[in-house]
Design a protein around this ligand. Structure first.
Ligand code: ARG
Ligand code: ZN
Length: 878
C-alpha cells in the first residue's frame, strides 16, 4: 500500500468552482492508439467563487499537445502541466476561451474509464471521473455546460458516429473518413458526456410524447444481434410512457439512443440521450435469455431512462449527493416494475436483495451512510447503501408523508430545481414544504450508517380489551460513528384477528394507523376495544429498512403466513420461522447434536405447491428458504458457513422427504406447454417449477437429479435450461458433468451464455469448485480484460459461494485477493469490486477470520495499490 494516506475528499470542504464553463466544443479525431481531442471551452470566473484564483483543471493520464487562451498559445511558463492536472496561474478575470489539445490512447485504456475500445468500437464511460481522461476539465458535477461534439473517423471501421443530443451535421472527409456533429442543448455535467463510434447494427422505432414531440428511438448492437434488441426497445417505450403517466415527466430531445457494449465496468450509464449499456442488460431473445434476463433488461432500461429527469435534468452538486440521483432512480425503477409485474413479488425480491447486500454492508467494516461525509475513491461508493438503502429512504418518506404530499413534493422538486445541481437538503426541503412536516430528524437516514434493530413486544389484556405494542430501536456503532440517535421509522402495522380479518385500529378513543411514527428509542401504542387476542403484523410491506425481532411465537407467525392480508408479511412470517429454525439447526450442527423437527415448515411450504395455487411467482418466493447469507447475518458473529450450509441442506432434504409427491405433481403440472413467453405469469410458473426441482434434487437425490437432467435436455427455453443446469451443479453426478459439457458445446460462441456457464460452476458448493475455477481461468475462453467474464467466474465465486469462498484453509480468500491484485493496475474498479466479498469477514469464526485477514493484509502490502483497491483494503482492515 502507498506509504501515506492520500488526502480524502470531505463533504464539509465543498466550495463552488472558481470558474464556470458555459459551452464546450469537442472535436475528436479517432485513431485507435492516438486520438486527438480538441476542447474549446467558453469559460468565465464564477461570481460565487474566489476572484483571484488560479484555474486548475483535472486530468488523468493525459498528454497535452497544446493550450491557448483566446487563440493565443500559452507559453511553457504560463502553465503548469502534469498528466493529472493543468494549472494556469493567471487566467483572464472576465470571459475567455480556452482551447486544449490532448492525445489519448483508447486501445490501451484497460480501465474502461474515459474513451476506450470494446471489440472494434469506441465507447466512453465518464461517471464519476472519466471525462478527465479525455481532456483537462473542471470535472465536477456542479459545472454544467452546453456541449457540441464533432466526431471524425474512418468510414469503414466507424460508420456510426454518436454523441449526446441531436445530430446537427454530417459529411465526408478525405482519406475515407467522415464526421458527425452532435449538439446537446441541455446543460450537463461532464460525467454525462458520451461518444460511441463503430460498425454497429441498429433497431429503430419511435415514440410520441404527451406533448407531441416525436422521438426517434435507436438501439445499437453488434451486427447480427438486432433481433435481440427488441425487448430493450419495448422497454424504452414502456418507460417513457410510465414516466409521463406516473411522474409527469416527458422526454426532451429528438432522439434517444441505447448502445450495447461488451466491455463495461458496471450495468449501464445514463449519458444524456445516449445511454451506454453492458450488453448483458440489452440483449435478449427466447433462444438466449432467461426470465431473469428479460426482467433485468426491462428494469435497467427503465432505470437509465428515468435518470433523464432524476440525474440529468436535475443533477448532483457533488459526489456526496450521489443518492440524490441513484436512490431516487432505483425507487422509480422499482415502482415501474411493480406496476408492470407483481407488486408483492417485486417487493419481496427487492427486500431479499437489500438484506443480502445492503444489510451485510451495513453490518461490516465497509458500512457508510447513504450520504457519506468522506471518501478516498468515489468509485467505491456506488454501493448497495447508496442505491438500495437510498431507495428505501425515499419509499419510507412516501409512506410517512402519504402519496399526495409525496407526489406534490416530487413535482415541486422538478419545478424548482430543473437545470440545477442539487443537494439532499434541497430535495428533502420540497417534501417538508408539501407535507408541512419537520424533516430535520428525517435527515438522520442520510447521515447515520447501520441498520436500525427493532425489538417488538406485544401483550393482550383480555379484561381491558387492549393490545399493546411496544418497540425499541437501536443502531449499533459503525466505522467513524460510535454513537447513534433514533431515526424516524414509519411503522406500518395491522392487528390480525382470529378470523384472519384486520381489526379496526383505535388509539386514545380515535381511529388510528396504519402508519405509526416511531422516532424515539421506545414506542408504545395501546390499541383499544380489541375483543380477542390478535396477532400483530409489523412493518407491513417492509415499511422501513430495519432488522426486526419480536416476541411473536412460531404459532403466531404461521398464522400470519396463512392469513395476513399483507402479502409481504405472509411471506415474511414463514421466512422468520424458517430462519429461526435454521439458526438453531446451525448451532446443533456445530455442537454435534441432532437437528430438531419442525414439520410445520413443510406444511406451510407445501401450500405453495398446492394444485390450486394461481400466483406462481409469489408461491415460488414462499417456497424459497432463507439463503445461507440470511442465516449468517441472523447469527451475526462467529459464523461458520459450512455449518449453515449443512443445516440448510438438511432442511431441504426434509422438505423433499415430506413433500415429495406434491413436488413431483407440481413439477409435472408446471411443465411448459406452448411457445416461450417471458411474461410475468409464465415466468412465475417456471420459477415455481424450479423451486420444486431444487427440493426434489436436494442432497443429490437420484429421482430429482434425473428430473433435472431430463429438463435440461428437453428444455425449450433458456430459463429451463439454465435453471436445471444450476440445480445439477449442486451435486457431484455424471449428469452434472454431461450437462456442463453439453452447454459449452452448444453455446461456446455466445459470450453472455458462457458467462452463465462460468457463474454456475463458480457458485457450486462442491469441494473441488476452487480447483475448477482456477482451471477455468487458465482456459482460452477466459478473458481477464472482460469485466463480465471476471465477474461471472471470480465475482460469483466470492459473492455467491459461501462455503467455498470461505474454505477453512483460506484458499478462497487468497484466490480472490490474488485476482484483485492482478487486476489492480489494469482495471482498478473491477478489482475493488471483487473485494466486496470481504464485506462480512469480521463476522466469521476465528479460524476463517484469521485467514481472511491474512489475505487482506497480504494484499495491503502489495506495491502500488490503486486508490480503488487501497481504499477498500484499508477500510476492511480498519
Ligand atoms: N450512473 C450509473 C447508474 O445508472 C452507474 C455509474 C457507475 N459508475 C461508477 N463509477 N461505478 O447506476
Ligand atoms: Zn443509476
Amino acid at each position: 500500500m502507498r506509504a501515506e494516506d492520500p488526502r480524502p475528499v470531505r463533504l464539509a470542504d465543498y466550495r463552488p468552482s472558481d470558474f464556470l464553463i458555459d459551452e464546450v466544443h469537442l472535436d475528436f479525431d479517432l485513431e485507435p492508439s492516438a486520438t486527438r481531442v480538441t476542447a474549446t471551452l467558453k469559460m468565465r470566473p464564477n461570481p460565487a467563487g474566489d476572484a483571484g484564483a488560479a484555474l486548475s483543471l483535472d486530468g488523468d493520464e493525459l498528454k497535452l499537445i497544446s493550450a491557448a487562451i483566446d487563440g493565443a498559445p500559452l507559453a511553457a511558463d504560463e502553465l503548469d502541466v502534469s498528466p493529472s492536472n493543468l494549472r494556469i496561474a493567471n487566467p483572464p478575470r472576465g470571459p475567455f476561451e480556452l482551447t486544449i489539445v490532448t492525445e489519448i490512447d483508447p486501445a490501451a485504456n484497460t480501465r474502461l474509464m474515459g474513451l476506450y475500445r470494446s471489440n472494434a468500437s469506441y465507447t466512453t464511460q465518464c461517471e464519476a471521473e472519466g471525462f478527465r481522461r479525455i481532456t483537462y476539465f473542471l470535472d465536477r458535477p456542479d459545472v454544467l455546460a452546453v456541449y457540441t461534439t464533432r466526431v471524425a473517423g474512418p468510414k469503414d471501421e466507424t460508420p456510426v458516429l454518436l454523441s449526446n443530443g441531436n445530430l446537427v451535421e454530417q459529411g465526408e472527409l478525405d482519406g475515407g473518413r467522415h464526421f458527425a456533429v452532435w449538439h446537446d442543448p441541455h446543460p450537463k455535467p461532464s460525467y454525462l458526456f458520451a461518444l460511441v463510434a463503430g460498425d454497429l447494427g441498429v433497431v429503430e422505432d419511435s415514440f410520441t410524447t404527451v406533448g407531441g414531440r416525436g422521438v426517434a428511438l435507436k438501439v445499437f448492437v453488434e451486427h447480427g444481434k438486432e433481433d435481440r434488441a427488441l425487448h430493450a426497445m419495448e422497454s424504452i417505450k414502456a418507460s417513457m410512457k410510465w414516466d409521463e403517466e406516473v411522474f409527469g415527466r416527458e422526454y426532451d430531445l429528438d432522439v434517444f439512443m441505447v448502445v450495447a457494449v461488451s466491455h463495461f465496468n458496471m450495468g449501464a450509464m445514463e449519458n444524456k440521450g445516449l445511454n451506454v449499456f453492458n450488453d448483458k442488460y440489452v440483449l435478449a431473445s427466447p433462444e438466449t435469455a432467461t426470465d431473469g434476463d428479460y426482467a433485468n433488461i426491462e428494469a435497467i432500461i427503465a432505470h437509465e431512462y428515468f435518470h433523464n429527469w432524476t440525474g440529468n435534468r436535475i443533477t448532483c452538486r457533488d459526489w456526496f449527493q450521489l443518492c440524490l440521483k441513484e436512490g431516487l432512480t432505483v425507487f422509480r425503477d422499482q415502482e415501474f416494475t411493480s406496476d408492470r409485474r407483481s407488486r408483492p413479488v417485486k417487493r419481496i425480491s427487492d427486500v431479499r436483495n437489500l438484506r443480502a447486500l445492503q444489510f451485510a454492508e451495513d453490518a461490516g467494516p465497509l458500512a457508510h451512510p447513504v450520504r457519506p461525509q468522506i471518501y478516498h475513491e468515489i468509485n467505491n461508493f456506488y454501493t448497495p447503501t447508496v442505491y438500495e438503502k437510498g431507495a428505501e429512504v425515499i419509499r419510507m418518506l412516501k409512506v410517512w408523508i402519504g402519496d399526495d404530499a409525496f407526489r406534490a413534493g416530487m413535482d415541486l422538486y422538478f419545478d424548482r430545481h430543473d437545470g440545477e445541481a442539487c443537494t439532499i437538503e434541497q430535495f428533502v426541503a420540497c417534501f417538508a414544504e408539501t407535507s408541512g412536516r419537520d424533516l430535520t430528524q428525517w435527515m438522520r437516514w442520510y447521515g447515520q450508517a447501520g441498520t436500525p434493530e427493532v425489538i417488538a413486544r406485544t401483550a393482550y389484556d383480555a379484561s381491558a380489551r387492549t393490545f399493546t405494542v411496544e418497540a425499541t430501536q437501536k443502531t449499533r456503532p459503525t466505522p467513524g460513528q460510535p454513537t447513534k440517535q433514533p431515526v424516524v421509522i414509519p411503522l406500518v402495522l395491522g392487528l390480525v384477528g382470529p378470523d384472519g380479518a384486520d381489526v379496526d385500529l383505535k388509539v386514545g378513543g380515535e381511529k388510528a394507523g396504519p402508519v405509526f411514527t416511531f422516532d424515539r428509542e421506545t414506542l408504545r401504542v395501546v390499541f383499544e376495544d380489541v375483543a380477542e387476542r390478535p396477532v400483530a403484523s409489523l412493518f407491513r410491506n417492509f415499511s422501513a429498512p430495519v432488522k426486526l425481532s419480536s416476541d411473536l411465537t412460531n404459532d403466531d407467525l404461521l398464522f400470519l403466513a396463512a392469513r395476513d392480508s399483507d402479502p409481504f408479511n405472509r411471506w415474511q412470517a414463514l421466512q422468520t420461522v424458517a430462519l429461526r429454525h435454521l439458526v438453531q439447526s446451525t448451532d446443533a450442527v456445530r455442537e454435534g447434536r441432532s437437528i430438531a423437527e419442525e414439520p410445520r415448515i413443510a406444511e406451510a411450504v407445501g401450500r405453495a405447491f398446492a394444485p390450486d395455487e394461481t400466483d406462481c411467482a409469489y408461491a415460488a418466493q414462499v417456497a424459497s428458504l432463507p439463503s445461507e447469507g440470511d442465516v449468517a447475518r441472523e447469527i451475526g458473529e462467529n459464523v461458520d458457513p459450512e455449518a449453515i450450509h449443512r443445516a440448510r441442506s438438511e432442511l431441504k432434504g426434509r422438505l423433499r422427504d415430506s413433500l415429495g409427491d406434491a413436488l413431483e405433481a407440481a413439477f409435472e403440472r408446471l411443465a411448459e406447454t406452448g411457445p416461450y413467453s417471458p411474461d410475468p405469469a409464465s415466468a412465475g410458473r417456471r420459477a415455481l417449477k424450479v423451486a420444486a426441482l431444487d427440493l426434489l434434487a436436494a442432497g443429490g437425490a437420484r429421482t430429482g437429479v434425473e428430473r433435472a437432467h431430463g429438463l435440461y435436455i428437453s428444455a425449450g427455453n433458456m430459463t429451463d435450461r439454465v435453471m436445471s443446469l444450476q440445480v445439477l451443479s449442486l451435486s457431484a453426478t455424471p449428469e452434472r458433468e454431461e450437462a456442463l459439457a453439453d452447454f459449452a458445446q452448444r453455446y461456446g460462441d455466445d459470450p453472455l451464455l458462457m458467462d452463465k456457464w462460468f457463474l454456475i460452476q463458480a457458485s457450486s458448493p462442491l469441494p473441488d469448485t476452487l480447483d475448477r475455477v482456477e482451471a477455468l481461468m487458465a482456459a482460452p475462453t477466459f478473458d481477464m480484460k472482460n469485466p463480465n467474464r471476471v465477474r461471472s467466474l471470480i465475482g460469483a465465486f466470492g459473492a455467491a459461494n459461501p462455503t467455498q469462498f470461505n474454505r477453512p484453509d483460506g484458499r478462497g480468500y487468497a484466490f480472490v485477493a490474488g485476482v484483485a491484485a492482478e487486476l489492480n493496475t489494469s482495471n482498478p474498479q473491477v478489482a475493488a469490486r471483487l473485494l466486496g466479498s470481504f464485506r462480512t469477514w469480521r463476522a466469521l469464526e476465528p479460524t476463517r477470520r484469521a485467514k481472511a485477514e491474512h489475505a487482506l493484509r497480504a494484499l495491503a502490502s502489495t506495491a502500488d495499490l490503486s486508490p480503488d483497491v487501497a481504499d477498500i483494503v484499508r477500510r476492511a482492515l480498519a
